[in-house]
Design a protein around this ligand. Structure first.
Ligand code: F6P
Length: 420
C-alpha cells in the first residue's frame, strides 16, 4: 500500500489528537466497542472520552421515542437528530481542545452526508479522524445484542417485550434504508465484519491508531471469566523483601495445592482452561500442582524494583529516603532507579491484555502484585492513580467476568492466611 502524499510531509505527529467516529446500524455493538476501547486507551495513558448521541437524545427529549422518530422521511425529527448529533460532536471536539487525547463519537453516522460533516469539522480543528465501522450480518448476534442492551434501555421502560422488539426492528430498518458503507475515498477507517471474522484497515497509520487496530481486531464479546491470582507466598515475601526470584515458602506450597484442588473441582478434567505464569520461580511453582503446562510470559514478571530489588520497604525508607518519598508522592508514575514504574508495567502487559481479550476460553493468570493490579485496573476501568493501591492479597483467587458494559468481580480466599 502506498502512503498518501500528506502523510509523508514532515509534520510532527507527536501529540496528535484523534477523533474516532463509529459507523454502524443500531445493535451492532458500537457502544460496547466505544466503552471497551475508551477503557483500554485511558488505561494506556491517553485521556479518552466517549460521546454518545443516544444518551443525549434521551437526556434532552426524554426516553421513549418510537421508531417513527428515526424514519428519515420524518423531516422534523431528522432535523432534531442532526442537531443532537452536531451538539455531541461539539462536545467531543471541545474535549480534544482541552485535556482529551482521543474522543470517541458514538453515533450511527451511517450516511455519507453525516460523515462528510464530521470530516469537515475534524479538518477545521486539525484532528486526526478515524472511522470505525461495525458490520454484523449474523441475525442471532443482533438479536442477542438487542435483548441484552436495548430492551432494558429507558427507551422501552414499561413496554412489553414483543412490542419493544418490533419497534426496535423497525428503527433498524429506517437506518438500513439510508445506510452507506464507508468508501475508499473516506480517509482512515477500520471495518470490522461479523465480530472480527473479517477486518479491513484503510489508510491507518500512527501509534495510537495502531493500538486501536490491534485492540479492535482482537476484541471478543464472549462472556467468559478470567481468573487472577498472585503466586503462593515466596521465601522473600516471608522476609518482607521485594522482587527477586525466590522459591515458594511452605505456606506458598500449601496455597499451590489449595489452588489446584479448587481448579480441579471448578473446571473438571476436560476443561479448556489455560494457565499463564510469569517466568519467575514463585509463579511457575504455584502452577505445578495444577498438572497443566503453563504458558510463561516474561511480560508477567513482577515490577522491576531496580536498585531496591531485595530490600524491605523499611530499608528503602532508611537508606533511600528521597526515593521512598518520591514513590509515596506518585506511586503510579514513580520509576525505581534502573527499574520500572507502574506505567512501565502497564505498557508491557498491554500485549497480555490484547491476548486475554482475544481468548474465548477461561484463563488463569498466576502473576504478581503490581502486574495483577495493572491487569485488574484495565478490566475494572480503575483510574490510573488508584491502580497501585488495588487490594491484591496473597492466596486469594479473583474471578473477573467482563459483561456488556462493565466487569463483575468475585474473590475466593483459598488460604492459608499469611501476612500481606
Ligand atoms: O512484595 C511483593 C511484591 O510483589 C514486590 O516484589 C513488588 O515490588 C511489590 O509487591 C509491588 O507492590 P507495591 O507496588 O505496593 O510496592
Amino acid at each position: 500500500m502506498s502512503r498518501p502524499a500528506e502523510a509523508t510531509a514532515s509534520r510532527p505527529r507527536r501529540g496528535r489528537k484523534h477523533l474516532l467516529a463509529l459507523v454502524g446500524l443500531p445493535a451492532r455493538g458500537k457502544t460496547f466497542t466505544a466503552r471497551k476501547l475508551a477503557g483500554y486507551l485511558a488505561w494506556l495513558g491517553y485521556p479518552t472520552g466517549v460521546f454518545n448521541v443516544g444518551e443525549r437524545r434521551r437526556a434532552e427529549l426524554g426516553p421513549g421515542q418510537q421508531h417513527e422518530f428515526f424514519d428519515p422521511a420524518n423531516r422534523d425529527a431528522a432535523e432534531l437528530r442532526r442537531k443532537l448529533a452536531e451538539d455531541v460532536l461539539d462536545d467531543a471536539l471541545l474535549w480534544l481542545r482541552g485535556e482529551g487525547r482521543v474522543a470517541i463519537y458514538d453515533a450511527t453516522n451511517t450516511t455519507r452526508g453525516r460523515r462528510d460533516a464530521i470530516r469537515a469539522r475534524a479538518a477545521a480543528e486539525d484532528r486526526d479522524l478515524l472511522f470505525v465501522e461495525i458490520v454484523n450480518r449474523e441475525p442471532e448476534v443482533i438479536e442477542a445484542n438487542v435483548r441484552e442492551t436495548k430492551l432494558s434501555s429507558p427507551d422501552y421502560a414499561g413496554v412489553d417485550e414483543a412490542t419493544a422488539l418490533r419497534d426496535f426492528r423497525a428503527r433498524i430498518a429506517h437506518y438500513e434504508s439510508v445506510y452507506e458503507t464507508l468508501g475508499e475515498d473516506e480517509g482512515a477507517w477500520i471495518r470490522i465484519v461479523d465480530r472480527g471474522r473479517k477486518v479491513e484497515i484503510h489508510e491507518v497509520w500512527g501509534w495510537i491508531p495502531g493500538r486501536i487496530v490491534s485492540f479492535l481486531t482482537n476484541l471478543q464479546v464472549t462472556r467468559r471469566p478470567i481468573w487472577l491470582t498472585r503466586h503462593g507466598q515466596s521465601a522473600w515475601n516471608a522476609l518482607g523483601r521485594i522482587g527477586g526470584d525466590s522459591a515458594l515458602s511452605p505456606q506458598g506450597r500449601e496455597f499451590a495445592r489449595n489452588l489446584a484442588a479448587f481448579v480441579r473441582a471448578h473446571f473438571g478434567p476436560d476443561s479448556p482452561l489455560d494457565v499463564w505464569t510469569s517466568t519467575l520461580r514463585r509463579t511457575v511453582g504455584t502452577a505445578l500442582p495444577l498438572g497443566i503446562e503453563p504458558g510463561q510470559w516474561k511480560a508477567l514478571d513482577e515490577i522491576h524494583a531496580g536498585i531496591c530489588d531485595g530490600m524491605t520497604y523499611a530499608e528503602i525508607e532508611a537508606k533511600l529516603p528521597a526515593e521512598f518519598e518520591a514513590r509515596k508522592r506518585d506511586k503510579y508514575g514513580y520509576r525505581y532507579p534502573r527499574g520500572e514504574s507502574y506505567q512501565d508495567v502497564v505498557q508491557r502487559v498491554d500485549r497480555v491484555i490484547i491476548e486475554l481479550e482475544r481468548y474465548r476460553t477461561p484463563v488463569l493468570v498466576i502473576a504478581h502484585r503490581a502486574v495483577l493490579r495493572a491487569l485488574a485496573g484495565y478490566f475494572r476501568q480503575v483510574p490510573r492513580a488508584e491502580v497501585p493501591f488495588l487490594p491484591m492479597p496473597l492466596h486469594t483467587l479473583i474471578q473477573l467476568t467482563p459483561t456488556a458494559y462493565g466487569c463483575e468481580e468475585e474473590r475466593v480466599d483459598l488460604g492459608p492466611r499469611v501476612p500481606e
